[in-house]
Design a protein around this ligand. Sequence first.
Ligand code: GDG
Length: 492
Amino acid sequence: MRADHSHRLVIVSNRLPVVLKAGENDWELKPGSGGLVTALAPVLSRNGGLWIGWPGTVTDEDISEPMQRFAEEQGYSLHPVYLSHEDVQGYYYGFSNEVLWPLLHGFHTRCSFEPWYWEKYQEVNRMFAREIMRSTREDDYIWIHDYHLLDVGAELKALQADRKCGFFLHIPFPSPEIFLKLPWRREILSGMLDFELVGFQTQADTINFLHCLRALCPWVDHEEWGNLLRIQCENRTVNVGCFPISIDFEQFEEQARSKEVEHKTAKLNLFHQDQQLILGVDRLDYTKGIPERLMALDKALSLYPELRGRISLLQLLVPSREEVAEYQALKEEIERMVGEINGRYTQPGWIPIHYLYRSLERQELVSFYQASGMALITPLWDGMNLVAKEYCVCNHREDGALILSEFAGAASQLYEDAILVNPYDVNGVAEAIRRGFYMHLSERQARMSRLRSIIRTYDIHFWLESFLKAAFEGQALEFPRDGLRSYLPKIG
Ligand code: GDG
């Protein structure tokens, strides 16, 4: 938080950073996983504060006592927003996940523009705004997160709230050709202008937002102000900027160097002495490009038979939105492909794909990062992708290679030393796997050392400082130039 620590930080997100499961006598609580929680939980644990969100379950039971226990362990407070079954259907599964998630990731043909989803979305955003007013004070800083809550600024304004309030979007923001398809495009865009500060992951997202504003609200003026854009609308100024999110470098590195992790890594290495493990870690989601990745592995094994027996993909798929038929179908497709590829190439003592469908303890995940000679991260579009950064940080021996999609926000920072790929180009990804496999140790070390140095400098605490400086002083800390502009012209 700011140097003078004079404002309490209030994080508002769809989900609280906790997963609740009904046990026999009591609720079982576990820390949540996912990018937003990985990034923000250490921030609140370090600075204290309050987190407002949905507990992720529909219940009539009073869960305040177990929540309180969890909150005390984490070092901050939790305030639940309770949602009904219908709220969850319309606001969460409906508008958030069938409209905004596909649209903002550029998959407009997957959208289901149901008018009642929009009604519910507004209603639930209003509930969040009311909870903010109930549980915060005038001198708190309210920081709203992600696409589920784009309308909270407008709802706070309707309540005549006197709170300082900023917003950060964790996923991409598309160009007008895509965004303008949204039937409620004006409402969403003008709602975003009801925050004092709007943060995006990359410059490309920021520029897309500006182009959408020009198309929909041409009367709005803007000027560059240091690293920020200042937008003048009516009698208000809205600052807009790019703040590439990151992770707690020290926390991940410390865990990677711990005896427990070293021990687990050594055990994994024993099983794969003559092979290089290639790691994939993703939530089950169509944006992550998993079938395309499997096709590329298949292609690599068929084009370069010398790789057979020498590389194995370790694919961790973390369950997500399992109740949705589309996600079930994706899971089945992935499992069918894994079965076919394994059936085609497996030999005694070697299997091309080790497939895990579950969530792991952080310690085990870190040992996977450490044991893998390559990470294969190929989303079709991703706000940032923290897995790419975690892989580099945990690779403290600096002998790994990162293969990264051009369409991950992380590429705008890591483009010089990752092996960049177009995830739709199956032959190109297959060739990148081969290149990574044969990359000389000295080149791997030089690249990984530079990657780690960027992530170390621009870690989650830098991100926080930068956002809060923009919120309180109207100036952001300088992130390194976003590679996108200088990098795009180089694409052949
Ligand atoms: C959204 C945006 C943006 C994964 N498996 C396990 C596990 N994880 C953790 C990873 C990582 C996180 O989940 C995934 O983060 P990503 O950034 O890769 O992706 P999203 O969840 O889609 O996050 C994304 C992010 O928000 C932050 O702004 O980067 O673009 O889509 O931290 O470590 N954690 C544990 N067990 C697992 O099995 N404990």
